[in-house]
Design a protein around this ligand. Structure first.
Ligand code: ATP
Ligand code: LTN
Length: 330
């Protein structure tokens, strides 16, 4: 039995990018890897790396918990928890900061991007974020970590830190592997198709949120930026808009890009966009229905309580071993 672990930051309403890059893949893996154990959490401490409104943060945390279940994660084989409720993340996060080098953190592209957008000053937590992420993974001896492409660099660093620790203090951590979805590793903004679709983006016109009005979603897809070529062909470089819509269609339907190209040969963009809109809205509609059930269900808190107990138990045991190996404490 192996551990599969992942988390998402509650920095806004999850987008279609989060769904196709992460959530949908969690469900797929859970259906495929029946023998393995799934730890899925809300990375609320990670959200604090940039300023958050406290009230909004609370509600985003709960929304995300309900969404995890609404997309189809099976509560029977799931430890669902909130990161900040397991204090060991912070302790191991600090230890990981003592292992990671400044130069390694300075190379992280997410840090470099976010640093530029930050007007109120860049917090040191934004800089050390990958150390906390490594802790999240290593604490549970996770073997597989499903994430989108943008997180692969952080995952590589988690691998490096696991190896460094094992080398210095003796075998302690499993070196984790990232798992990307087959399609949808990077969904881009519908209005600016060379930029990643981000849930905390300032302009929401090019972003599809899983909990937004279905007609609005259709409209956004139909007004997605494309090109003048008029041909439905995958070419990220020269046709980023159409290629993004094709990726969305492929990730939603399970079809290969090549199959989509032949299916839509000779078709116009209008017809293709309509089909993309329908396939997206159909799936999101089902998610929204289940979301409404979960968000109002007392079972949500019961699952989160059970998840916290289970995660605390595993994390607590692991930390005892780590303290012993590093020699701090009594
Ligand atoms: P923020 O805007 O606050 O940085 P985000 O939308 O980038 O957030 P994260 O919480 O950082 O979302 O990511 C959660 C998961 O979703 C990660 O596994 C990440 O790789 C994946 N993901 C995020 N955006 C996309 C995207 N546009 N395409 C594919 N996967 C994505
Ligand atoms: N950094 C991740 C969220 C995250 C995560 C993790 C993902 C925090 N800790 C551990 C996988 C494993 C992101 O998606 N922004």
């Amino acid at each position: 039995m192996k551990i599969v672990l992942s988390g998402i930051k509650p920095t806004g309403i999850p987008t279609l990018g989060n769904y196709l890059g992460a959530l949908k893949n969690f469900v797929k893996l859970q259906n495929e890897m029946k023998e393995d154990e799934f730890f899925i959490f809300v990375a609320d401490l990670h959200a604090l790396t940039v300023p958050q409104d406290p009230k909004e943060l609370r509600s985003h945390i709960r929304n995300l918990c309900a969404l995890y279940l609404a997309v189809g994660l099976n509560p029977e084989n799931l430890t669902l928890f909130i990161q900040s409720e397991v204090k060991e993340h912070v302790e191991l996060g600090y230890l990981m900061q003592s292992l990671v080098y400044m130069g390694e953190l300075e190379r992280m592209t997410q840090y470099k991007d976010k640093k530029q957008k930050q007007v109120e000053g860049v917090s040191s937590a934004l800089f050390t974020y990958p150390a906390l992420m490594a802790a999240d993974i290593l604490l549970y001896d996770a073997t597989y970590v499903p994430v989108g492409r943008d997180q692969m660099q952080h995952l590589e660093l988690a691998r490096t830190l696991a190896e460094r620790f094992n080398h210095r203090f003796g075998d302690t951590f499993i070196v984790p592997q990232g798992i990307e979805p087959k399609q949808g590793t990077k969904i881009t903004d519908l209005q600016n198709p060379t930029k990643k679709m981000d849930k905390s983006a300032e302009n929401d016109k090019g972003c599809i949120y899983l909990l937004e009005d279905l007609n609005k979603i259709k409209k956004k897809i139909k007004s997605a930026v494309t090109d003048l070529d008029g041909c439905i062909r995958f070419d990220k470089e020269n046709k980023p808009g159409i290629s993004n819509l094709m990726t969305i269609y492929a990730a939603m339907s399970g079809m290969e890009i090549k199959e989509i190209e032949s299916k839509y040969q000779g078709c116009g963009y209008k017809e293709f966009k309509e089909d993309v809109a329908n396939i997206v809205v159909q799936e999101i509609e089902g998610i929204q229905k289940k979301y409404q059930e979960w968000i109002h269900s007392p079972q949500l808190d019961e699952l989160l309580d059970q998840g916290r107990e289970k995660a605390q138990h595993v994390a607590c045991k692991k930390m005892e071993v780590i303290r012993q190996k590093m020699g701090y404490g009594r």
